[in-house]
Design a protein around this ligand. Structure first.
Ligand code: SF4
Length: 432
C-alpha cells in the first residue's frame, strides 16, 4: 500500500489539489478530502463500462481489434475526409489539446471543444465588454467580502466550491470566513445555494439582462422608472446595488443559468460591464465562469496561444479562421458540413440534439475515450485511452485559469495508451 499526496482531482474544473489517495497494486483504495463526485472520479477506472480494447465496425457490427488496425482505420478516415471535425478536448490534458490542434492544421480540418456551447462564450462577451475582470480562487478566498452566484448552483456542480474557496473558509483578510462574507444568489429557482445565501434573488426566467443592466444604470446614478425589474421589486434592486457598491472585493460566479439563457453571451458581456462600473468606483470586482469539464478552460487557453482564437477554428484554407456560428461544431453538424468526426474525450451523441446525433451515425465517426458510450455505438472505430489525472499525467487549467500538474497514480490497463501517445503517433503519420 502506498500513499500519494497532492493529487489533483479531475471531477470538475475546480481541480482540487489537496487530495490524498492510498493505492494498492493498480487500484485506488482510500481517498481523502475529495467530495462524492471526486471519489467516483478517482475510482472510475474499475467501472464495468471501461473501454479496454479498440473496436472497429465490420459489416455494421462493432468487433474487437488491435491498436494497429484501429489506428490504420482512423488514419484512412482522417485522410479521406475533405472537412473533418476534431471535437471534444475538454476532458483531455493540454498536451493532448496541443497535438489535436497540430493534427487539425495538418489535415486542414476544424477543431472545436464543448466550450463553444458552454462557457467559451465568455470570449465573445469579453470582446463586446472590452476585456475580463478576473482573479485566482486564492485571491477570492483571501479577500472577497461579497460573493455573487448568478445562474449557478455549486453544491450540485462544483461540490467543494463553498467549503474550499468561497462561502465558508477563512482567508488571510477574512479571518472569520462565513461571518465576514456577504452573499447574493440570483437564480430562477430555489436552489441549494439560494437557501444559504444572505440575499436570495428569484428572477423571472430569461430576464437576467434587464436586471444586470438596471443595476449598472443604478450604480451610474440613474433611477429606475418601473416598479418591478425582472420580476423583483425595485427596492430590492436598490438593495442589491447598495451591497455591490459597498463591497471591497466582490467575486461574481456565473453558470449556464446566465450564459445559456435568452441573451446568451450578451448576458455575460453586460455582467462584465457591471464589473467595470464597480471597478471604476473603487470596488474590486471580478467575474468568473463556472466551467464544467475539468480542462475546458485549458482548451481555450491553448487555442488562443496557438491560433489566436479560443475555439471553433477552421484550418480549411491553411490558416486559422474563426467565426462562431459558422465554424463551431454545433453549427457545422446542424448544416451537415463535415464529412468525418473524431471525438476525443467527449460523448456528443449523449449531449447533442437527436438530429445531430443521428448525423454522426451517418458519417464516419471515431471515438477516442476512456469508457463505453453512446458515441462509441455509432462510431466506425473506438480507441481506449488512459484516464487523465489517474493513469496519465499532464497539465490542466482550473476554472480561474491557473495551470496545475495532474499526477499519474496508477497504470492504465494493459495495451491502453494515453491520448498524448496516441495523438503523437497520429500527428507523425498525418505529417509524413
Ligand atoms: S469539487 Fe470537483 S475537483 Fe474538487 S473533489 Fe469535488 S469533483 Fe473533485
Amino acid at each position: 500500500m502506498r500513499e500519494v499526496t497532492h493529487v489533483v482531482c479531475t471531477g470538475c474544473s475546480l481541480l482540487c489539489d489537496d487530495i490524498k489517495v492510498t493505492v494498492e497494486g493498480s487500484s485506488v483504495r482510500g481517498i481523502y478530502n475529495a467530495c462524492s463526485r471526486g471519489c467516483s472520479r478517482l475510482t472510475i477506472e474499475v467501472s464495468e463500462e471501461r473501454l479496454t480494447h479498440p473496436l472497429i465496425r465490420v459489416d455494421g457490427k462493432l468487433e474487437k481489434t488491435n491498436m494497429e488496425n484501429a489506428v490504420r482505420r482512423l488514419l484512412e478516415i482522417l485522410k479521406s475526409a475533405d472537412r473533418p471535425l476534431l471535437y471534444g478536448w475538454s476532458n483531455c490534458v493540454s498536451e493532448a489539446q496541443i497535438l489535436g490542434i497540430k493534427i487539425a492544421r495538418e489535415v486542414r480540418g476544424v477543431i472545436d471543444s464543448t466550450s463553444s456551447f458552454c462557457q467559451g462564450v465568455v470570449y465573445l462577451a469579453a470582446r463586446e465588454a472590452r476585456g475580463f475582470h478576473t482573479a485566482t480562487l486564492g485571491e477570492v478566498l483571501n479577500r472577497a467580502d461579497l460573493l455573487v452566484f448568478w445562474g449557478c448552483n455549486p453544491p450540485e456542480t462544483h461540490l467543494r466550491h463553498f467549503s474550499r474557496y468561497t462561502f465558508f473558509p477563512r482567508g488571510k483578510y477574512r479571518q472569520t470566513g462565513f461571518e465576514e462574507r456577504d452573499s447574493i444568489v440570483v437564480d430562477v429557482r430555489e436552489s441549494g445555494s439560494m437557501k444559504i445565501a444572505r440575499m436570495p434573488v428569484l428572477v423571472e426566467p430569461n430576464s437576467d439582462y434587464e436586471l444586470i443592466e438596471t443595476l449598472r444604470a443604478v450604480i451610474k446614478g440613474y433611477k429606475p422608472s418601473k416598479k418591478k425589474i425582472s420580476g423583483i421589486d425595485v427596492s430590492r434592486v436598490l438593495s442589491i446595488s447598495e451591497k455591490l457598491t459597498s463591497a471591497r472585493f466582490c467575486a461574481i460566479f456565473y453558470g449556464l443559468g446566465l450564459s445559456a439563457t435568452k441573451g446568451t453571451f450578451r448576458n455575460v458581456a453586460v455582467l462584465l460591464s457591471l464589473a467595470s462600473e464597480l471597478n471604476k468606483r473603487g470596488v474590486r470586482c471580478v467575474v468568473l465562469p463556472m466551467a464544467g469539464h475539468f480542462n475546458m478552460v485549458g482548451f481555450n487557453r491553448v487555442m488562443l496561444e496557438m491560433t489566436g482564437f479560443p475555439y471553433g477554428v477552421d484550418f480549411h484554407n491553411g490558416t486559422p479562421y474563426w467565426n462562431p456560428g459558422e465554424t463551431t461544431a454545433f453549427d457545422l453538424l446542424k448544416r451537415e458540413e463535415v464529412d468525418a468526426v473524431i471525438c476525443v474525450g467527449a460523448d456528443p451523441v449523449s449531449h447533442l440534439p437527436l438530429r445531430l446525433a443521428k448525423f454522426l451515425s451517418e458519417i464516419p465517426t471515431v471515438y477516442i475515450g476512456t469508457h463505453r458510450s453512446p458515441t462509441m455505438l455509432v462510431s466506425e472505430v473506438s480507441i481506449p485511452v488512459a484516464l487523465a489525472g489517474i493513469e496519465q499525467e499532464g497539465t490542466a487549467y482550473r476554472l480561474d485559469g491557473v495551470p496545475l500538474l495532474l499526477k499519474r497514480i496508477i497504470d492504465p490497463p494493459d495495451g491502453v495508451p494515453s491520448d498524448v501517445e496516441l495523438l503523437k503517433t497520429l500527428l507523425k503519420k498525418v505529417s509524413g
